[in-house]
Design a protein around this ligand. Structure first.
Ligand code: FAD
Length: 479
């Protein structure tokens, strides 16, 4: 297996594939992981995936600096800013358990080295300073030209970012709303602002100064910050503009890098072409307003990883891989659509027609069709979007319920890397075809019901026929 791109998504793909025992080589053209903080909010679904990979604690440890920075703030300058009250989505009572994991704020340039090390420790062949220069595919595999050598692989995952040379080489176009709003510049800078911020810690502080409008994002909450400001001009007097936005002298201020970027909503017209599959920004770009770009890419990796592993081991026919596009392309559209309709003004009232934030956070997009049986495309029940009401519907992630009083094991832990069958009655009644059966006493299972859970925690089937799971599995893997 070859992965092109060693950003968040390529590294996560390598980790998922190693989790399934697949040999993997990853090539990254840069010498280092991301120099820019970029994504910082990782939702519970991503943490659940890291949990399955045995990495959740490590990621939370990396996120420790921003553990108390969940609030937003608004002011003319940082010095004048006030913290907004902690925000709770509607319907989110104290008892609402969304996930066995908590979300976290950790900057991408802090997280990527953690993932790189973990992938290396897991036995992946990780090669930085190594570009994929070209590739060809035939019926048996992919022949890749690297900057310094060649390599033959069974499949290629293109996690090579928004400009994806692999996507271009395949001639795959993109559709969507295109540019959303103005070009922006992210200025990554260092200044000791610990005393200015203490007691009003924030994730993002909206700066309303007419000469320096933008969002100030915490990277470590003390020394490292990103200022996101509208306009495409990168040659401005950044130290002066930043001091205006901060409203304090900040004598030690040092600009580290300046990243121009354009908020865009574009989704690849195909996620797969033969033995090549697109994942992450190569497949979809979206504005960061819902903080789901990287999270959607991590979910791509989780979806694709078990399918590639099943095909490579002979447990599934190659046709299983067709479900990657059938599932993840609509999921990419959903995330990109939601992101591009969200406001940047932190003081604006939430739009009730948008997805409930927990739906986005819990990766709650329902696959209409794919490696599922009885999903919405076949008349199955549709999951609501504007409210958070997971119920174990086909094509959705299994709802989280704690399975022990110590709250150590969740329904989300039942599957992965293998399949699981959760049933409401006597497990002996079921003929699951070798899949482990778990008897559960949970509200979302009716009398005599069972749910077949895929390795990526998605409900593949639900019903009361005890012979159905084995037949469904055979059909999904060998259709
Ligand atoms: C300002 C900003 C803020 C954001 N905030 C959030 C947020 O809060 N939450 C969120 O979820 N997302 C956020 N995002 C989006 C997030 O950063 C991206 O979705 C994420 O980086 C995508 O990861 P990726 O691995 O797919 O692509 P990238 O991070 O772009 O990585 C692609 C890698 O491929 C490498 N590469 C390219 N070509 C080749 C080649 N030929 N050979 C080898 N390697 C190659 C590149 O060097 C690069 O390292 C934000 C983005 C921006 C710009």
């Amino acid at each position: 297996m070859l992965i092109a791109g060693g950003g968040l998504v390529g590294l996560t793909t390598a980790l998922v594939l190693r989790h399934h025992g697949v040999d993997v080589t990853l090539v990254e053209k840069r010498a280092t992981t991301s120099p820019q903080p970029k994504a910082r909010r990782f939702h519970v679904r991503s943490l659940e995936i890291f949990r399955e990979l045995g990495l959740a604690e490590t990621v939370h440890e990396a996120a420790r600096d921003l553990a108390d920075h969940d609030c937003m703030a608004v002011g003319k300058t940082l010095a004048e800013a006030e913290q907004l009250p902690p925000w709770r989505p509607s319907g989110a009572g104290e008892s609402m358990d969304v996930s066995p994991e908590l979300p976290c704020l950790v900057a991408q340039n802090v997280l990527e080295p953690v993932l790189r090390q973990a992938a290396q420790d897991a036995g992946a062949d990780i090669r930085f300073s190594t570009a994929l220069t070209s590739f060809e595919q035939d019926a048996d595999g992919v022949v890749a030209e690297l900057a310094d050598s060649g390599l033959r692989a069974s499949y290629l995952v293109a996690a090579d970012g928004a400009r994806s040379p692999v996507r271009s080489a395949l001639g795959i176009g993109r559709s969507g709303r295109g540019a959303i709003g103005e070009d922006s510049v992210n200025v990554y800078f260092r200044a000791d602002l610990a005393d200015v911020v203490r007691g009003r810690e924030f994730n993002i502080c909206q700066i309303q100064h007419p000469d320096a409008p933008g969002g100030l994002a915490s990277v470590d909450g003390r020394l490292n910050w990103v200022f996101m400001t509208p306009g495409g001009d990168v040659d401005r007097d950044w130290p002066a503009l930043l001091r205006t936005a901060l409203g304090v002298p900040a004598p030690d201020l040092e600009v580290m890098s300046v990243l121009p970027w354009r908020p865009e909503m574009l989704v690849a017209d195909r996620y797969s072409s033969g033995r090549v599959h697109l994942a992450g920004d190569a497949a979809h770009v979206m504005p960061p307003f819902a903080a789901v770009g990287a999270n959607t890419g991590i979910a791509d990796a989780h979806n694709l990883g078990w399918k590639l592993a099943a095909v490579l081991s002979g447990a599934a026919a190659p046709s299983l891989l067709d479900s990657y596009d059938a599932e993840r392309r609509p999921a990419g559209w959903f995330a990109a659509d939601q992101s591009s309709r969200r406001a940047t003004d932190l003081t604006a009232a939430p739009d009730p027609t948008l997805a409930h934030p927990f739906v986005l956070a819990a990766g709650g997009f329902q696959y209409p069709a794919g490696a599922i049986s009885g999903g919405p495309a076949e008349g199955g029940e549709a999951e609501p979007v504007t409210e958070f009401a997971p119920a174990g519907r086909v094509g959705t992630r299994i709802p989280h319920r704690w399975l022990d009083t110590a709250r150590t094991k969740s329904t989300v832990d039942l599957a992965g890397p293998g399949w699981a069958l959760a049933v409401a009655d006597d497990p002996q009644r079921w003929r699951p075809g070798g899949i482990p059966v778990h008897r559960l006493d949970v509200d979302f299972l009716g009398a005599g019901e069972g749910v077949l859970i895929r390795p990526d925690d998605v409900v593949a089937w639900r019903g009361t026929d005890p012979t159905a799971p084995a037949n469904v599995l055979e059909k999904l893997l060998h259709a």
